[in-house]
Design a protein around this ligand. Structure first.
Ligand SMILES: NC(=O)c1ccc[n+]([C@@H]2O[C@H](COP(=O)([O-])OP(=O)(O)OC[C@H]3O[C@@H](n4cnc5c(N)ncnc54)[C@H](O)[C@@H]3O)[C@@H](O)[C@H]2O)c1
Length: 276
């Protein structure tokens, strides 16, 4: 019997990296998952991995920044699995440069994906959660604890040179989290943030099979940190290394299980002990 049996989770950006491991971890503990990514292939790969392990998942492909995506994401959970218990806002990428070179397009794109999209997903989730709470209350049943986990970064807590757009968006997500924890306490929803330090994904390590760029809506964007800088950064981490996507998913999992039902409005830093 898993701790998340019967729960339904939506995890954005779960075709790769940390999101994929979050989806797999929640599914391994019994949750049914709506997997999202920009493209069909990574989303379907995660669905297949979950199903191969005996879990339940469906894909909801598309950009979290598209108009109407949030409503479609939430509706997929309700239509496929009959409800919504866990929301993980994870999708995103970085598009770095110093402020004097940063275009409005760069600023808007990163604010859209890391801050506006989570806001829209949570706004779309509200009617579903409110209706489920009313139904349980009318029936005299206990209202189960639902969970929201928004993904942030230590850049959002301490800033990071070259990431004024990303740091601002990730700082904003903590404000959104704290506010929603206050608004949704009455629904028995906990709302928390996990801020990652350096986790080894393509965001930090340029892909070995590519040229270090990713395609986001037709825009080629450079990802990956210079390997020498990465090695120097690892020396500043008390645990002496960057984290794995599985370890990152573990931090999110802690905020999704019943043991954290009285933890809300918090930011959990998952960074190997690195202090800003
Ligand atoms: N890797 C790190 O060191 C690190 C550190 C701090 C925070 N984070 C955060 O963790 C989250 C996951 O990052 P990751 O390292 O796993 O990166 P990743 O690139 O490995 O995975 C992110 C996934 O999100 C998807 N995605 C990007 N934009 C999307 C959009 N508009 N709509 C739908 N899906 C989209 C990508 O296609 C990709 O599959 C991000 O929010 C990131 O900012 C990562």
């Amino acid at each position: 019997m898993g701790k998340l049996n019967g729960k339904v989770a939506i995890v954005s950006g779960s075709g790769r990296g940390i999101g994929r491991e979050i989806a797999r971890k929640l599914a391994a503990d019994g949750a049914s998952i709506v997997v999202n990514d920009l493209d069909d292939t990574p989303a379907k790969d995660t669905v297949a991995a979950i199903e191969a392990a005996g879990g339940h998942a469906v894909a909801c492909t598309g950009s979290v920044t598209e108009d109407g995506f949030a409503e479609r994401f939430v509706a997929t959970a309700v239509d496929a699995f009959g409800g919504l218990d866990i929301v993980v806002n994870n999708a995103g990428y970085t598009w770095d440069t110093v402020i004097q070179k940063m275009t409005d397009q760069q600023w808007d794109a990163i604010l859209d994906v890391h801050l506006k999209a989570p806001f829209r997903v949570l706004r779309a989730a509200q009617p579903v959660i409110s209706a489920a709470v009313k139904k349980a209350t009318r029936a005299g049943e206990p209202v189960p604890c639902r969970k929201v986990v928004n993904i942030s970064s230590i850049a959002g807590l301490g800033g990071n040179a070259g990431q004024v757009n990303y740091a601002a968006a990730k700082a904003g997500i903590t404000g959104l989290t704290k506010t929603l924890a206050k608004e949704w306490g009455r629904y028995n929803v906990t709302v928390n943030t996990v801020a990652f330090g350096m986790i080894k994904t393509r965001l930090t390590e340029a892909p070995a099979d590519g040229d270090g760029t990713i395609d986001v809506a037709g825009q080629e964007i450079k990802v990956g940190v210079n390997p020498q800088l990465l090695a120097a950064m690892e020396q500043l981490i008390p645990l002496g290394r960057g984290g794995t996507p599985e370890e990152a998913a573990g931090a999110v999992y802690l905020l999704c299980i019943p043991e954290s039902d009285y933890v809300s409005a918090q930011t959990l830093v998952c960074g190997g002990g690195f202090m800003i």
